[in-house]
Design a binder for this molecule. Structure first.
Ligand SMILES: Nc1ncnc2c1ncn2[C@@H]1O[C@H](COP(=O)(O)OP(=O)(O)OP(=O)(O)O)[C@@H](O)[C@H]1O
Ligand SMILES: [Mg+2]
Length: 532
């Protein structure tokens, strides 16, 4: 039989079958049709060596998109793009770029895992038109993926392949997601599905560990610490510890604490949750906020010493005003804002400790908590003990190595004649990386590297003079206080001596008087009455 003849025969057989099916549908009731379909499928599955799993996009739970579907979509977007011929591009929620995935009714084969072969297909059901759409995207197509594989591979598929797909999918999602900076100071928000205490913007801070000015060794150590943490899921499980790590960043203002947090977030590709403690009403609200934080995130509490009094009570306004001295205007403003909201906040130290390492802190996993402070010595040891704040990092005034990073970043220079002079000046003077950075930045198109370096030298010299004047002033003040103290002590001593003198002379008179009285009453001087 020729090919043409065969096709003709197949065509007519199919037409015949369709006709019989149409007659069947017309004359038999719906229930019987359902039964026939069910048993035909059962019969077919007896002889069919393949198993099929379906993953629906929406599984009915609050009309939320299925996480498994999303993970498969990402997995297939990476796996299928070089194999599938028809792709569709979508701007998926929270993703920073277009997501390419298989178009409807496309099928790809995946042979990448442990030598097994599986088939993925994307399908959709289009229900009858409705008045309004239940699924946010404006159409009611119910999409689903089907995974088909041979019976003999079912152990591998159920046991490992599916979790491999989920893990890979989630990892791709994390890599391509739009990272966010969350904050809690706007009260409760509605994010489309539910109420949340956090509001967010896209996190776009450009700082990286490359641009961070600090000693190379210290930088590497911190980066290693962070990366080791992200890879230690199983290790933390083994030792029975919640998968989280605390960092305490301390140092004078302008030494790069906030910049380092941004660099950490960019290195690990984590979201940032900037927790404004003073805007939290009480410990219960703090716990609610904690539960709402997703994994792969950095929780930041800036200026912890100003947010919470260490005895559990809020700081007195006066004390805080004193602390504000000498800080840059931005921090001062921040502090003023905090003070305003302080009155209504009742978060206590124990509430915060619970937040960091209480039972609730373990939910979510893979979190980093960062505290920053300018005054580490003021913090309660309970707050910063290892286990809560595991790694203490001191951000210092600008050293020569840090300066070289800034010179490379700001002026694109690796060396310069003035480097030696600057090295000496930095060793002798305390200047923050923020000040160095500001002076290295060209202020006009004519400012070249020479001009910026000269600017910096001027600034350090000026700072040196100022520091000298300040030190002298301080010394004078010290002398003055010392003088006053000495005077006070002297006056006190004199006063005391005078009192003692007066007391003594008073007692002498009294003694004489007593003697006289005793004689008059016939009593001996030792107080015993003389009997007749
Ligand atoms: N180590 C650093 N590396 C690179 N830039 C830095 C560094 N330190 C400070 N800067 C620059 O100075 C600016 C202020 O630094 P940053 O806000 O990180 O200081 P901070 O330590 O958080 O200060 P504060 O205690 O006042 O919050 C940054 O915008 C950055 O440009
Ligand atoms: Mg800061």
């Amino acid at each position: 039989m020729g090919a043409g003849e065969m096709w003709t025969q197949l065509g007519s057989s199919l037409a015949g079958l369709m006709f019989v099916w149409a007659m069947f549908k017309q004359y038999f009731p719906f229930e019987i049709e359902q039964h026939v379909q069910k048993y035909t499928k059962k019969l077919a599955s007896l002889f069919n060596p393949y198993i099929q799993i379906t993953f629906h996009e929406y599984n009915g739970e609050h009309f939320q998109r299925s996480k498994a579907y999303a993970a498969i979509q990402r997995y297939l977007s990476a796996e299928s793009t070089d194999r599938a011929k028809r792709l569709k591009a979508d701007m998926v929620r929270d993703s920073k770029s277009l997501v390419l995935s298989m178009d409807d009714y496309e099928e790809v084969t995946d042979e990448s895992f442990m030598g097994i072969k599986v088939w993925w297909a994307s399908n959709k059901n289009t229900p009858k038109p409705q008045m309004f759409s239940l699924y946010g995207d404006g159409n009611d197509d119910k999409r689903y993926y089907t995974l088909k594989f041979h019976r003999r591979d079912k152990e591998v598929v159920y046991g490992r392949y599916l979790s491999h797909v989920m893990d890979e999918g989630k990892a791709i999602e994390v890599k391509t997601r739009q990272r966010k900076l969350h904050t809690n100071n706007r009260g409760e928000q509605w994010d489309g599905f539910r109420r949340t205490m956090w509001s967010h913007v896209v996190f776009e801070h450009p700082a990286t560990f490359d641009t961070l000015a600090m000693e190379e060794n210290k930088k590497k150590q911190i980066m290693n610490d962070l990366i080791t943490f992200t890879k230690s899921k199983d290790y933390y499980k083994k030792i029975g510890k919640a998968w989280k790590r605390g960092y305490l960043l301390f140092g004078p203002p302008g030494t790069g604490k906030s910049t380092m947090i941004a660099a950490m977030a960019n290195l690990l590709e984590y979201d940032v949750y900037d927790l404004e403690l003073t805007a939290v009403k009480d410990n219960t609200e703090l716990r609610k906020l904690l539960i709402d934080i997703s994994s792969k995130s950095i929780i930041v509490i800036e200026d912890i010493d100003c947010s919470l009094d260490l005895t559990g009570q809020r700081k007195k306004k006066k004390e805080k005003d004193e602390e504000g001295d000498g800080k840059d205007p931005v921090s001062k403003k921040k502090k003023e804002d905090q003070e305003k909201s302080n009155e209504s906040s009742k978060v206590t130290l124990s509430g915060l400790l619970n937040f960091i390492d209480g039972l609730w802190s373990a939910c979510g996993g893979e979190r980093i908590i960062v505290f920053t402070t300018n005054y580490v010595e003021k913090l309660d040891p309970a707050l910063i003990r290892r286990g809560r704040m595991d790694k203490h990092i001191e951000l210092t005034y600008c050293c020569f190595e840090a300066f070289k990073v800034l010179a490379r970043n700001y002026l694109d220079i690796e060396s310069h004649d003035l480097f030696e002079t600057i090295k000496k000046l930095l060793e002798e003077n305390e200047i923050t990386p923020a000040d160095v950075a500001e002076n290295l930045m060209p202020k006009s198109p004519e400012d070249d590297a020479d001009a910026c370096m000269a600017n910096l030298i001027d600034a350090i010299e000026k700072a040196k003079e100022e520091a000298k004047a300040k030190a002298e002033e301080k010394e004078k003040e010290k002398e003055r206080v010392k003088d006053e103290e000495e005077k006070r002590l002297k006056a006190e001593k004199e006063e005391k001596e005078k009192e003692e003198k007066e007391q003594k002379s008073g007692e002498g008179v009294k003694e004489e008087k007593t003697k006289v009285e005793v004689r008059e009453n016939g009593v001996r001087e030792n107080g015993v009455k003389v009997t007749n």
